[in-house]
Design a protein around this ligand. Structure first.
Ligand code: ATP
Length: 338
């Protein structure tokens, strides 16, 4: 359970403010604002190259040295950007854990799984001896690895991809994180296993009150798992909303395009409409709205200036001059991502 539980709802667990990243003078992230509350599941969605991973890698100090990172990312008020390496080391894997798409590359192939989880338990929880094995087995049970005691002595290649992803989740949970950032955790898995891993993440979140950030290019994956969604395009957040509201009525034409490109739900016949064209390269952004060249709603004004991320309805922001407010928004007392 979070060390902060019971403190009352004040500042968000994580607050990212005006976060920008450039590589070799080319800006790939342009002033991201994003908050995550305790226990909340936030999805970050967008096509490849939109800046979803870089946002979190920057916040956790995981980008290469050549990256120029500005802005702020705080964990319960504690600044992480340009923080001392000791603070970042303690935060990563401890208060904030991250799992990635490919468990095989994150696990050490020559070390038994139990030992790998054990190292995380020793590092982040100070456990030793028999307590490590007992806790590692408990974590394997929690993430649904069958015959957990025996699997602790297995090597990664002896388990399937889905089971190794469960091991990665167990390792992430070893530090009892307040936030798990899962970057495309199911992309490499087949549909059935994918659904099981998403269910597992939801189950674990409910049992531990851990917050979850789920990064995916697949709006379907996000919809199953997240309370709130941020849609990214070309290094910016262009729409945010509660998941159900976003699915019921996507406001930004890009979000509408992502939804139209989703495979039909079982029993629902729907045409699959991929968005034509590609995300622009960061060094070659068009003037005005970055999505304008692909946008079916484009007018000349779209190419004149960058649309601000405006409040279109309570709890709903969208960066599009073609999207009128749904209802006259009341002054927001609980900002969505700001
Ligand atoms: N180390 C790096 N050096 C230079 N450019 C980088 C580096 N890492 C990321 N980028 C660039 O930053 C932009 C955002 O990348 P990012 O990986 O965040 O996108 P993404 O939305 O997570 O996409 P994907 O789903 O493919 O991971 C891309 O243009 C990418 O090429």
């Amino acid at each position: 359970m979070s060390a902060q539980a019971g403190r009352g709802k004040q500042s968000p667990l994580v607050a990212i403010r005006d976060l920008a990243v450039a590589f070799d003078g080319v800006k790939v992230l342009h002033g991201i604002d994003l908050t995550v509350e305790r226990g909340e599941a936030v999805g970050l969605v967008g096509e490849s190259g939109c800046g979803k991973s870089v946002t979190w890698l920057a916040a956790l100090g995981l980008l290469p040295k050549k990256a120029d990172v500005t802005g702020s990312a705080t964990l319960e008020g504690c600044e992480l950007i340009n923080a001392e390496p000791a603070l970042l080391d303690a935060t990563r894997g401890g208060r904030i854990a991250m799992i990635f798409q490919d468990p095989a590359s994150a696990l050490n192939p020559v070390i038994k799984l139990g030992k790998q989880v054990g190292e995380a338990l020793a590092l982040h929880r100070g456990l030793s001896g028999g307590a490590i094995r007992a806790e590692a087995k408990r974590l394997f049970d929690l993430v649904g690895i069958p015959d957990a005691a025996r699997r602790l002595d297995a090597f990664p290649h002896e388990l399937s991809g889905g089971q190794n992803q469960r091991v990665m989740i167990a390792m992430a949970l070893a530090g009892e994180p307040d936030l798990l950032v899962a970057d495309e955790p199911t992309t490499a898995l087949d549909a059935t296993i994918q659904a099981q891993i998403l269910e597992l993440l939801t189950l674990v979140r409910r049992e531990t009150n851990m917050a979850l950030v789920l990064i995916s290019h697949d709006l379907g994956v996000i919809s199953q798992t997240c309370d709130r969604v941020g849609v990214m395009y070309a290094g910016r957040i262009i729409e945010t909303a509660q998941s159900d509201a976003l699915f019921a009525q996507p406001l930004h034409p890009y979000t509408q395009g992502l939804l139209a490109a989703l495979p039909p739900l079982e029993g629902v016949r729907r045409r699959l409409d991929p968005i034509e064209g590609n995300v622009p390269e960061p060094w070659n952004l068009p003037p005005g709205c970055s999505f304008a060249p692909r946008c079916p709603c484009r007018v000349d004004a779209c190419e004149m200036r960058l649309p601000p991320l405006d409040l279109k309805a309570p709890g709903r922001l969208a960066a599009c001059i073609r999207t009128p407010p749904l209802v006259q928004p009341q002054r927001q007392t609980e900002p969505v991502f700001a």
